[in-house]
Every structure is written in C-alpha cells, then in structure tokens.
Ligand binder design. Structure first.
Ligand code: PRT
Ligand code: ZN
Length: 222
C-alpha cells in the first residue's frame, strides 16, 4: 500500500456494524470527511489525515505494522488477534461506547447447563478460538474447539458441536435458532487503537491533535 507519509492513516471498517458510528465519531470530532461510500480511502479535508476502509479483521494487523497509525475495531476482534501475538504492536487509547455486544456460550434450549463445568468434554463451535481457549483454560475445562468462520448458530443443527460461542447483541438470532445464552466469555465494544511504531515529530503532533479532538467528543458522551 503506497501511502502519503505526511498524513496520518486511520483504519475504519469499510461496511458493517461499526462503519457508520466510526465515521460519525470522526465527524463529531470536527473532521470533514470526503463523501463516497464505495471508495477505499477518503481524505479528511480539514486535517492531515486519510481514512482507509478495510475489513475489520485486518485493522489490528494494519495498525500493528504501522501501515495505519490509528484504527477503530471491536474488542472481540482485537483480543482474538492479540492472543495470537508474542508482542503487542498497538496501544488501546479509548473505549468508544458503540458496537457493544457480548461473546456468549450458547446451546439449544433443552441443553442443561450448570456453569462452565457442563462444557467438559464437549465440542464448542466458534469464530473466536483463542478467546474461547482462554475462557476454558481459566475455568480448568477440557473441551474441543471447532473453528467456523460464520453461521456458528447452525453448528448444533449440523451436529458439528453441541455448544457454540458467538457474539450476541439483542439475542434475536439465538432465539430465532432455538438457542439460549448460557455464559458470558467477553464483553465488547468498539475501541480506538494506535500503533506502537514510532512517529516522527511532525506526525506525532498531528496524532496528538487528533486524539485531543476525539477525547473532547468522548468527554461529552460520558
Ligand atoms: O466485512 P467485515 O469483516 O469488516 O465485517 P464482519 O462481518 O466481520 O463484522 P460485522 O460488521 O458483522 O461486525 C463488526 C463488529 O461489530 C463485530 O466485530 C463486533 O465488535 C460488533 N458487533 C456488535 C457485532 C454485533 N453487535 C452482532 N450482533 N458483531 C456481530 N453481531 C452478530 C451476532 O454474531 C449475530 O450473529 O449479529 C448477529 C445478530 O445479533 P443479535 O443478537 O442482535 O440477533
Ligand atoms: Zn470481519
């Protein structure tokens, strides 16, 4: 990716649950974003920054590598990434108060559950294998993790696993699939992260200015 090194780069989800609120936060902070929903980048007209619209799963990597100095991503995605890294390449700057959801253990309504020990020896489907592995380890449970990239709610019906571990916000999807939430593995919301790669003085100043504007918006929302 060829990027303009006099500008800061902010990685945002291109299209998905975090997209609108991420742009809105930057707008509330006074940044004028060029329109054009289908482009992959957008300049901030009144600040030396450029937005990079990417898959949310790529945001921790881009920020850690320094391809983007800042990023907005869900803690669920960030934590799953972090658990696979020996050294963290980013700092968590702020919780943003949107994109809230919980990573929950769930199962068909009739499945008995008396706490994590009910998971012993079971198969659990998830898109978050590292976060689930940590939860099982902390609870001293030995279970088989089945990694799926989507449609995790189907796992019991497909007889791939008797339990699942997936994101829940309203709970409507669980209910529609005859599933019941049993335990919470992680609470999540969108967060702002910054690369640990050193910046030159000019860009460090631009970064500090960006942060103070965002802090200003967050302060009014507390
Ligand atoms: O294309 P890209 O890879 O960027 O997007 P994506 O499809 O991976 O992510 P997306 O847009 O679905 O979600 C982005 C982020 O939003 C997630 O990583 C979470 O941090 C956050 N978020 C908040 C959610 C939900 N709420 C949520 N409900 N992500 C997913 N869901 C799913 C949930 O798993 C369920 O299947 O939405 C479904 C409906 O949920 P209920 O409980 O409201 O029915
Ligand atoms: Zn994704």
């Amino acid at each position: 990716m060829l990027t303009d090194r006099t500008r800061l780069h902010i990685a945002l989800q291109k299209s998905g649950r975090l997209s609108d609120a991420s742009r809105e936060l930057l707008r509330d902070a006074g940044f004028r974003i060029q329109s054009g929903k289908n482009s992959l980048t957008a300049r901030v007209e009144n600040y030396p920054a450029e937005l990079m619209f990417v898959r949310d799963d790529d945001i921790p990597t881009f920020v850690s590598d320094g391809a983007c100095e800042f990023g907005i991503v869900g803690q669920n995605v960030l934590e799953e990434f972090a658990l696979g890294q020996a050294d963290l390449g980013y700092d968590l700057l702020a919780e943003l108060g949107f994109g809230r959801c919980s990573l929950k253990i769930a199962a068909p309504e009739a499945t008995p559950y008396d706490g994590p020990q009910s998971l012993e020896g079971q198969r659990i489907a998830t898109s978050y294998p590292r976060i689930l592995a940590r939860f099982l380890e902390r609870n001293g449970i030995d279970a088989t993790i089945v990694t799926m990239n989507g449609a995790v709610e189907l796992a019991p019906r497909l007889q791939i696993a008797s339990f699942l571990c997936d994101l829940v916000s309203t709970g409507a999807t669980l209910e529609a699939n005859g599933l019941r939430a049993l335990d919470t593995v992680l609470e999540s919301q969108a967060v702002l992260i910054r690369t640990r790669r050193p910046m030159d003085d000019v860009r460090a100043d631009i970064a500090a200015g960006l942060m103070s504007r965002i802090d200003g918006v967050l302060a009014t929302k507390e």
